[in-house]
Ligand binder design. Sequence first.
Ligand code: SF4
Ligand code: SF4
Length: 208
Amino acid sequence: MKEIQLPPELSKNLSDIYAAMESGYDRVAGEISLTCEGCRDNCCDSYFQHHTYSEWAYLWEGIRTLDAGRLNRITDRAKQYVAESRALLAAGERPQLMCPLNEDGLCALYPHRLMICRMHGVPATMTRPDGRQLRFPGCFHCQEIVKEKYEQETDAPGMDRTELFKRLADLENELLGGKRHLFPRVRRTIADMIVAGPPRVAEPFCAR
Ligand code: SF4
Ligand code: SF4
């Protein structure tokens, strides 16, 4: 098995994409007046799976900067998360468990958090490659604000994710040597990624 690492230029490209996500988020959140300050929820307990080797490798760039004590604590929580989430899924329930990277309400790897952590909250739109238009209403707090402020939900501004997703897909394809379709699909929570270690694939899949 060979580890997939982001070469420095792709790591920089990914951090640029993340920065664009953040500024798009901030613009829409500002227009709606959405802020996480004082929110009674903490969406770090939402169940999300992530789908790219690029983000997995980028997360591990951050994990490698943690000191041993912190990493051990996070790994223990991640193992517990994986066991509990599997049991809940097997019982037909959607897990609602705190992300193992959340420490005292704050993200222990904020600069390395994944795409969905940067975009969850504000309303968003996306045009799929087949032309289908999607709209996401935002978090529950955002939906409350939108209901108060706008006549219809679709009157609220939305962050267009299309271009950002395309940039991430292009980066992923570049990382995988243009053979993305040949690699095993990634469907992992952050806890899964921590427990599994950095992304590794069998030698025949190695791209770079
Ligand atoms: S994204 Fe929404 S639900 Fe999550 S903390 Fe912020 S305001 Fe609250
Ligand atoms: S990575 Fe950080 S921001 Fe994302 S869910 Fe975990 S603790 Fe929250």
